[in-house]
Design a protein. Structure first.
Length: 229
């Protein structure tokens, strides 16, 4: 099914959005926090090009990848736990101070959101970003008032690609599988939507670990959310 151009007054009734890489380009903030963390540990900076490929599965995975210097990090050994825990705490501290300073809302996002709201659509954010950072980022970018629910990666016991965050948000917002859509940028978003039984729109401009989004099996793939109007 192609969803391109089909956002209209009758559908969808509920729209769930990923945050990083879908609504907001947060890679500059995340890079600054990662590089500060690495500097604190006496390591070389990662840089934005690498961090863009590491984002999408939550902060713990991002920190694991940064410590390994590779997207394909090895499972940790017990002796690595202390280093990882220290690094994660440092990252959280750095990112908490930086969150939203350099991030930008992607072009087409606000026009899409405003049109959906005009149609009476209820909106939610479902992200793998830790919950403590979600609301401050949305508030800083003046997006928070659009969303009736915000679910972070640690809000529920499971996070994407598990379907439970999507199903929970859909239920809270009064949606059904026939009236709800997920909009994201990565394999985690598409897999979660497929497991939840709802259609998914993927954007090409986000973070998908350097892999082509068109190959993920989303119901529609767009270059801008404005294309959906």
């Amino acid at each position: 099914m192609s969803l391109s151009g089909l956002f209209n007054p009758r559908w969808p009734g509920v729209a769930l959005f990923d945050l990083d890489g879908t609504l907001v380009d947060s890679a500059p903030d995340l890079t600054a926090a990662v590089d500060q963390m690495l500097a604190h540990l006496g390591r070389s900076p990662a840089g934005i090009d690498r961090v863009r490929q590491w984002v999408g599965l939550g902060s713990p995975v991002l920190v694991r990848r940064a410590l390994a210097g590779d997207i394909n990090w090895e499972p940790p050994r017990p002796k690595d736990d202390a280093l990882f825990n220290d690094a994660l705490n440092i990252f959280y501290h750095c990112y908490g101070q930086i969150n939203g300073q350099h991030a930008k809302v992607y072009e087409g996002v606000e026009s899409c959101i405003y049109r959906l709201k005009e149609h009476g659509c209820r909106l939610g954010v479902v992200t793998n970003k830790p919950e403590q950072f979600v609301s401050p980022l949305l508030k800083r970018l003046r997006l928070d008032h659009h969303f009736d629910i915000q679910i972070g990666g640690d809000t529920l016991p499971q996070k994407k690609p598990h379907p439970s965050p999507l199903l929970h948000a859909m239920e809270v917002l009064g949606g059904t599988r026939g009236t709800t859509v997920m909009v994201g940028d990565s394999a985690a978003d598409v897999s979660a939507a497929q497991a939840a039984g709802i259609p998914c729109v993927a954007v090409r401009y986000g973070y998908n670990f350097g892999k082509p989004v068109d190959s993920l099996g989303a119901d529609a793939v767009v270059d801008s959310l404005a294309e959906l109007l």
